[in-house]
Design a protein around this ligand. Structure first.
Ligand SMILES: Nc1ncnc2c1ncn2[C@@H]1O[C@H](COP(=O)(O)OP(=O)(O)O)[C@@H](O)[C@H]1O
Ligand SMILES: [Mg+2]
Length: 448
């Protein structure tokens, strides 16, 4: 492409110079003819003859050609023979005589301009196109030389760039092969330049990081599920064993069946929660998001759980200020806050104060549950969000360790920031929902 465009530029230049020179020469010719015609009217044809002879001698036969004919066709002066066929412009080929300087002269083209003079005479003025030809020849030579240089240069540069690109692409494809062969810790080579290939490599590497971490999550979850199902299944097996005859009587029989059923319910709960978390993680639900009034939602939960909390010896309060609605999935948000409230009831001693909170910090809407119970040590904050993770002290409280995991995935679905804080004393869990334009909240969206 580069070579082609240079070629085009040069061609335009070449044609342009030739045309310019030709038109200049024509103007000169016309002016020359006009001078001589004027002379013929002022001082007669003889004066013109003298002038022409003078000019020919001064010009030493170079580039200047003249012929003056009287009205009767007799040639009066000049170094040209033969009258052109008509007035105005014409051309003629002409080979100059050989000289010592130019032993075999090339044939030239003459541009001729013919006009009438005073007393019915004819004047022919000619210029050699040799000069123009010569200029073109020189331009052509310079141009060909430059072209060869450009072609050579673009080939070399193209080859160098191509080789470099190919080498890098080759390295990337090798890396990709290694990764697809199972070496998931291998990464695409990044050269450190801010070019497109590095951009691709970085993006692919980020993608691989994400995939690897997701894969680790999946592996761990699988192991956790297996591990956590073993205990209830073992217990279930034990209960069923107890049911085998000879049994200890109808009452014990019934108790064993009930216990077995409760065990199975617990297992089903785990699967229910796991399926729910998996469903949330897919992000599909974002499409059915609708405006949710968190203020109303938290007030409803407060009304629903105040009595439950009281029955366990706790007090449930609400510190709620009116806020604009957010976009979200109402039933999942309810589930998340229920999990937090149940945790605050379950994992704290009687007499604990629990507060539902709704407030705002800048463009972020903060909704959460706070209690003044034992709290969770700072270094365990990240861990308790993982599926099946429970603090040691909670081993004997009811639950399966999936409550906060569900809260975390609901937060992620809503692109909310989930934060666990030390409430000094106690635990505060907050979800920060962004109110910025990406999630539009217009007043008419407020649910009735
Ligand atoms: N409000 C709280 N106060 C103290 N510890 C808590 C609180 N909420 C959760 N935890 C701890 O975090 C663990 C994980 O909670 P969660 O995921 O809801 O599982 P579960 O409630 O089924 O045990 C709990 O087992 C408990 O040890
Ligand atoms: Mg819980």
């Amino acid at each position: 492409m580069f070579t082609l465009s240079s070629l085009l530029t040069a061609a335009v230049l070449w044609l342009g110079t030739g045309r310019e020179a030709a038109s200049e020469q024509r103007q000169e010719l016309v002016a020359d003819a006009r001078d001589l015609v004027l002379l013929s009217y002022q001082r007669g044809l003889d004066a013109v003859s003298t002038e022409i002879e003078e000019r020919i001698i001064l010009g030493a036969g170079l580039e200047r050609w003249y012929a003056l004919y009287a009205g009767n066709g007799i040639k009066l002066a000049g170094n040209l023979d033969g009258l052109p066929p008509h007035e105005g412009w014409s051309q003629r080929r002409f080979t100059p005589r050989a000289t010592t300087l130019a032993p075999s002269p090339r044939s030239r083209r003459l541009g001729l301009y013919t006009v009438r003079t005073a007393r019915g005479g004819w004047l022919v003025v000619g210029r050699d196109a040799y000069f123009i030809q010569h200029m073109r020849d020189v331009a052509e030579r310079i141009f060909l030389f430059a072209l060869a240089l450009i072609v050579a240069l673009s080939l070399v540069v193209g080859w160098l760039i191509g080789r470099q690109l190919l080498r890098r692409v080759g390295a990337m494809s090798l890396a990709a092969e290694r990764i697809s062969d199972g070496d998931l810790d291998h990464r695409m080579p990044v050269r450190g330049a801010a070019d497109e290939l590095d951009m691709i490599a970085r993006t692919v590497n980020q993608m691989l990081d994400r995939i690897t971490s997701l894969l680790a999550d999946v592996r761990r979850l699988g192991a956790d599920i297996a591990h956590d199902l073993r205990t209830p299944l073992t217990r279930l097996r034990h209960r069923l064993e107890q049911l085998r005859p000879p049994s200890a009587g109808a009452a014990a029989h019934e108790a064993a069946v009930d216990a077995a059923l409760a065990e199975i319910d617990g297992l089903l709960d785990i699967f229910q929660a796991l399926l729910r978390i998996a469903g949330i993680a897919s992000g599909e639900l974002r499409r059915s998001f609708a405006p949710v009034d968190l203020e109303a939602l938290l007030r409803e939960l407060h009304d629903a759980y105040a009595a439950v909390a009281e029955a366990e010896g706790h007090r449930l309060e609400a510190t709620i200020t009116p806020q604009p609605p957010i976009r979200g999935d109402r039933s999942l948000l309810v589930q998340a806050f229920v999990n937090l409230i149940e945790n605050a009831i379950r994992h704290t001693p009687p007499g604990t104060r629990i507060a539902l909170e709704l407030g705002r910090a800048g463009d972020t809407l903060l909704a959460g549950v706070r209690d003044d119970g034992p709290g969770i040590p700072e270094h365990e904050h990240a861990q308790v969000l993982q599926p099946f993770m429970r603090l040691d002290r909670s081993r004997h409280t009811e639950g399966n360790g999936l409550g906060l995991a569900l809260v975390a995935s609901v937060a992620e679905l809503h692109r909310a920031v989930l934060q666990l804080d030390d409430a000094r004393p106690g635990l505060r869990v907050t979800l920060g929902f962004s109110l910025v334009p990406g999630l539009p909240h217009t007043p008419d969206e407020r649910p009735g």
